[in-house]
Write a protein that binds this ligand. Structure first.
Ligand code: NAI
Ligand code: MG
Length: 505
């Protein structure tokens, strides 16, 4: 397609902005790239059963639900709906596996299975990336370059621990807990599965896990890998369904520990239902992270980091940098740079290798984002959205910037879980800290500045589990992840994550 871009420059510096004014790039149409669709075969089945005791098993009540592609609204497969009887069967299988094989196996033997799973996932990486993008809507470049390799990295990392567990808590005796129940969300379906399973299995626990109702496919494909790897039956059991199935997994009497990632609202429901039991819990809930840009920051890198922090995976990220706190002297320049960057983001077909923002995961989530964005406009914040064309079918949302946001606006307080950035300003370091901490959440934060002393000060004063300095959204299996306040408790990753699945005596 011929280029239709017209790059007219409009220079309109505003008074009071430090440094050179940033010319605003006004585009007619975005340069069109030729389509670059990923073509690997995701090898989907028409119907997915439950994975219980090492076998794909039909649900006892015979019920199935549709799973769709959110970019086209087309059905991908039928997926089993697990009821109470299926959840019971899954826990029986898990308990049997724990008592007879996995819980008694030396760590060095368990490691061999985990290495095998990691390698098989690498072998089938393209197939898994395509399946993840089809079912979840995220751009193929993210599932290909982030989700699948990171999932494999978690299995490798924890395989490496399995024969070294005596070093997790030196001087103490360490043992698995037993059977654990886990429920995960739809934003990183395969990666959250790996985060939950790899440490639990490395420690010697057996698991019943429920993927989110909108994104069950890569979990069930991973079950194929468990079969390929010869993982003993019952070590991992996967039950699919929605909230009711999740509640059955969390409330079951068998597990000695439950782990949940999802909304704060559901996290609280689970905590209430388990109050008074002696079950262990890990909760990884929502976030409203602040990215803080000081006037001495390298602004282009900072803008790139902010864009990554909120538009990565359409903002379906619990640690998304959904608030930007920018130092007043550079506020105008940062906003102009952000607008220029957002104008050239490509929104559309997630299977295209050039796409930056893919589909919103579900109609329900799209409506929630729309409702919160409307509230931002009504409450008086200034909205900016690039004029990109959205596909006619599927669930899509334009990347959105809000400037002139105040702390009382809903878009500054509530988790939007979409590609929407709320921009506030500050004058002093203390004001930045106070605004960043003025939230019910505390999962992550980002600091952009040239001064190491300021980074150290902020990293102690910000109440967040993860603080990135001059970068954002960096992950490593060796680094523990988790929140403060309403973002939850417990850690995933690293030695700390293993301890959450261990009994110490
Ligand atoms: P959700 O918390 O309802 O769903 C997450 C998982 O919990 C899913 O597997 C779901 O089936 C399961 N679940 C639902 N009700 C349950 C119950 N009563 N007991 C046990 N499991 C249950 O999240 P939802 O409704 O998909 O999204 C709503 C909002 O939550 C989003 O807009 C976002 O703000 C936030 N969210 C945060 C996530 C995070 O990683 N922090 C992940 C997903 C959503
Ligand atoms: Mg819900």
């Amino acid at each position: 397609m011929p280029p239709t871009t017209q790059d007219k420059r409009k220079t309109a510096p505003r008074a009071g902005s430090r440094g050179r004014a940033v010319p605003e790039l006004i585009f007619g149409d975005l340069w069109e790239y030729d389509p670059a669709p990923e073509t690997a075969d995701p090898k989907l089945k028409a119907r997915y059963d439950l994975f219980i005791g090492g076998e794909f098993t039909a649900p006892k009540a015979g019920a199935y639900f549709d799973t769709i592609n959110p970019a086209t609204e087309q059905k991908l497969a039928d997926v089993a709906l697990a009821g109470q009887a299926d959840v019971d069967a899954a826990y029986r299988a898990a308990q049997r596996a724990f008592d007879t094989t996995w819980g008694r196996m030396p760590g060095r033997e368990r490691a061999k299975y985990l290495y095998r799973v990691a390698r098989l996932l690498q072998d089938r990486a393209r197939e898994f990336a395509v399946a993840e993008t089809l079912n979840g809507g995220k751009p193929i470049k993210e599932s290909r370059d982030f989700d699948v390799p990171m999932a494999a990295a978690h299995f490798f990392y924890h395989a490496g621990w399995a024969d070294k567990l005596d070093y997790v808590a030196p001087g103490r005796k360490i043992a698995p807990l037993g059977v654990v129940g886990q429920v995960i969300p739809w934003n990183f379906p395969l990666l959250m599965l790996a985060w939950k399973l790899a440490p639990a299995l490395a420690m010697g626990n057996c698991v019943v896990i429920k993927p989110a109702e909108t994104t069950p496919i890569t979990a069930l494909k991973l079950a194929e890998i468990f079969q390929q790897a010869g993982l003993p039956p019952g070590v991992v059991n996967i039950v699919t369904g929605a909230g009711e199935t999740g509640a059955a997994v969390m409330a079951h009497p068998t597990p000695v520990k439950v782990a949940f990632t999802g909304s704060t609202e559901v996290g609280k429901v689970i905590m209430r239902s388990l109050a008074g039991t002696d079950k262990k819990m890990t909760m990884e809930l929502g976030g409203k992270a602040a990215n803080i840009i000081f006037d001495d920051a390298p602004l282009d890198q900072a803008v790139e980091g902010v864009v990554n922090g909120i538009f990565f995976n359409q903002g379906h990220v619990c640690c998304a940098g959904s608030r930007l706190l920018v130092h007043e002297p550079v506020a105008d320049r940062v906003l102009a740079k952000l607008k220029n960057r957002v104008r050239v983001l490509r929104v559309g077909d997630p299977m295209d290798k050039n796409t930056d923002l893919g589909a919103i995961n579900s109609r329900q989530q799209l409506e929630k984002i729309g409702e919160l964005v409307d509230s931002g406009v009504k409450e008086g914040a200034e909205i900016f959205q690039p004029p990109c064309r959205l596909p006619a079918k599927g669930f899509f949302f334009r990347p959105t910037l809000f400037s002139g946001v105040t702390q009382s606006h809903r878009i500054a307080r509530e988790e939007i879980f979409g590609p929407v950035l709320s921009i506030l300003t500050f004058r002093t370091v203390d004001e930045a800290v106070e605004k960043a901490n003025n939230t019910a959440y505390g999962l992550s934060a980002g600091v952009w500045t040239d001064k190491g002393s300021r980074i150290l000060k902020l990293s102690t004063e910000l109440k967040a589990g993860v603080i990135w300095a001059n970068t954002f959204n960096k992950f490593d299996p060796a680094s523990p992840f988790g929140g403060y306040k309403e973002s939850g408790f417990g850690r995933e990753g690293g030695r700390q994550g293993l301890l959450d699945y261990a009994k110490l005596t």
